[in-house]
Design a protein around this ligand. Structure first.
Ligand SMILES: Nc1nc2c(ncn2[C@@H]2O[C@H](COP(=O)(O)OP(=O)(O)OP(=O)(O)O)[C@@H](O)[C@H]2O)c(=O)[nH]1
Ligand SMILES: [Mg+2]
Length: 254
């Protein structure tokens, strides 16, 4: 595995920053490396040099009010490297699935790639994991074997978040647009997951404070929970009261 040079944007003051790990997978020869190189450096290479293991590089993009650093993992499509998977996939925020519109087998294999990705990356919330599907080599219209409708049909049968673009690394077609759409989905998901973590923490803190308050020293504890902005609903208070009374019951019995 090798790390490639990063492409940087000088940040404007006030711009929020975020980070996303992007894993690019698909059969060997579909154009994963080519798409990434065109996206990052606008360079297309006609010669096929299969990726060994995986490479990663950083690319910065400004999307809406955020400067997003994409850490893009370019993985090898060749079968002999598949046992290396987990380390590259772990912690991914999204997945780019690439097929070649002139190669039906590469399209048929998308489902296996997707399943492997979900198994190896083991995300917290697999249902909301964003997938970007790229039907590459769209410049080879005469040799097309997979229609856009077929891909749309495949997507309509899947659960989850899918974006689809036909791209050409050779003609630099749709690549940046596709990544921008992906970043929007990733950012949206990250915000939702962060809010959920925040909410869970607040609920836990709220239940803890309520339990302590009911167990004794009510006024001091309630002041503390007010300070941390914890809003206690009736259910939480009741659960805390029950927990506190059970604790007292247990202690009395001893
Ligand atoms: N016509 C055409 N050829 C392309 C396009 N993208 C890639 N290629 C060619 O397809 C071949 C394979 O491209 P790569 O990007 O190396 O494929 P890969 O998916 O990274 O393959 P592995 O690293 O083995 O997994 C190369 O010869 C590229 O020049 C495209 O959009 N159009
Ligand atoms: Mg490659």
């Amino acid at each position: 595995m090798e790390s490639k040079p990063s492409t940087h944007i000088t940040p404007t003051p006030g711009l929020k920053k975020s980070f996303a790990k992007v894993v690019v997978i698909g059969d060997s020869g579909v154009g994963k490396t080519s798409l990434i190189q065109v996206f990052e450096n606008n360079k297309f290479n006609q010669t096929f040099k299969p990726t060994i293991g995986a490479d990663f590089s950083n690319k910065e993009l400004i999307v809406e009010d955020k400067l997003v650093t994409l850490q893009i993992w370019d993985t090898a499509g060749q079968e002999r490297f598949q046992s290396l998977g987990s380390a590259f996939y772990r912690g991914a925020d999204c997945c780019v699935l690439v097929y070649d519109i002139t190669n039906p087998l590469s399209f048929a294999n998308l489902n296996n790639w997707k399943a492997t990705f979900l198994t190896k990356s083991d995300p917290k919330d697999p249902q909301t994991m964003p997938f970007l599907i790229l039907g590459n080599k769209a410049d080879e219209e005469g040799a097309r074997k997979v229609s856009a409708e077929e891909t749309q049909r495949y997507i309509s049968q899947q659960d989850g978040t899918f974006i689809f673009f036909e791209t050409s690394a050779k003609e630099n077609k749709n690549i940046e647009d596709a990544f921008r759409e992906l970043v929007k989905k990733v950012t949206f998901r990250q915000e939702k997951l962060n809010n959920k973590i925040l909410q869970d923490n607040q609920n836990a803190e709220g239940a803890k404070s309520a339990g302590q308050a009911v167990a004794g020293n009510t006024s001091r504890r309630m002041t503390r929970s007010t300070k941390t902005n914890v809003v206690l609903d009736d259910k939480t208070v009741k659960a805390a009261q029950e927990a506190a009374s059970q604790k007292r019951g247990c202690c009395k019995a001893q």
